[in-house]
Design a binder for this molecule. Sequence first.
Ligand code: HEC
Length: 448
Amino acid sequence: MEMLGLYPVFYVPNYGSAWLMGLTGTIHILASHTSVGAGMLFAFLAHKAYKEDRADLYDYMKRYGMFLLIFSYVIGSITGPGIWYTATAASPRGISALIHNFVWVWATEWVFFIYEVIGVFALIYFINRIDRKTHLKLTYTFAIASVGTLALIIGIISFMMWPGTDGFYTTGSASDAFFGINTFPHMFLRLGFMIMMSGIIGMIISSAMRKENAALSKELTQKMGVVSLLGGFITLFFFMWYMGTLPTNAHTVLDLTINSILLNRIILAILFSLYFFVAIFRPQWITRTLAITMLFVIGIVGVWPGEKLRESMRKPWVAGQYIYSNNIIGRDVPGKGIKNEVPLLAEKGLLKVDPWVPERLRTITPENKLEVGKMLVVRACSNCHSLEKYGAYRPMMGLVNKIAQDEAGIKSYIKNVIGTGSSPYMPKIALPDEEYDAMAAWIATQAK
Ligand code: HEC
């Protein structure tokens, strides 16, 4: 019997593996985006310090750099592999798809990253130890390496949303996968956010310097306000462009949530614009406590919902619009010799082709029906739904209760809506009738 190349399901009760990824991702984004933003900011500060002979700016860069070492290079480096690790556990075939398309891009990114890590140490260590001109050149290379890591990783992350060009499916080429139509807007959107983050962190450092040097603290808080505002504008501008380059399924999901998201974004934009204007016009109001609080606000109210949205908008896919979120391959990719698995599943059923099904459960009997049903639901649905009644992640039982009253209704929904691929955000999960029966039987016992 032909088996599919599936992996075991990593199921996180109540929250779902996607939440775990989101959490790691949010922390990582704050840390990594700050580091690239700081790369550009340092180039700007070092340039100014050199041209205007401002020794005090080196002092600021040194403090900022020390903070960066912990915030970006310890926390960022722990959560970086952490996010790929959780992502691999949650979507092994999604990550496999990325590796099969981008292994050398990843390797190249690693080279830039190593330069970045060594660069930040060198940058801080060599302040006042080498001549300023050489130091300035060092900050330039640091900025280039930092932006390089973004430029390389962004093509990979954009591919998760979709390749952006149909050419990829026939050629299977890495450049067709990399240069999708949303790669560049996505890149500039993140560059803007990085610049904004560098200013937000910069205010934490500048406000903490008030006791020793009030004038410098004030000047730098103002500058960081301007930097943040500029970054915020760039982010907003490219966000609009980015939205125009998304696939239709993303817009369908977006339309479902647009009202709550839009309100969140508008409030956030107003709140942070206000904060940045205060920094520019009333820098003395920005205390260290306020600056740290705003960092948490941007993480919890800004990045976290943003990441959740990006994850939602990819539905039903997890990578390249050929790997479904539940790790089943949902379309042919001739360029990579990849075959759609949906027809085989419809014919044979999951029980026969999933290598992780215990032998005793491969055939449904009245005794094992509920156990099999649960196993099938975990495999087919749990990547996108909590299975517990009050789970945090699109709890399935709550959703089911809204559309079906009994086992027969549940089966009919799974078979006629999900099974035919009629839902814009759910994979086509076509299975033999007895597998639908088992799933519906188990769901009915839980949804009651
Ligand atoms: C690719 C992710 C994904 C998978 C896999 C998935 N769903 Fe969904 N499902 C969604 C999304 C997104 C929604 C919309 C949720 C909302 O409105 O909050 C949804 C909604 C639903 C609803 C509400 C009715 C509707 O059409 O909006 C039901 C019932 C449901 N899913 C059941 C299932 C079952 C049963 C499975 C497994 C056979 C499954 N889902 C697999 C993503 C998924």
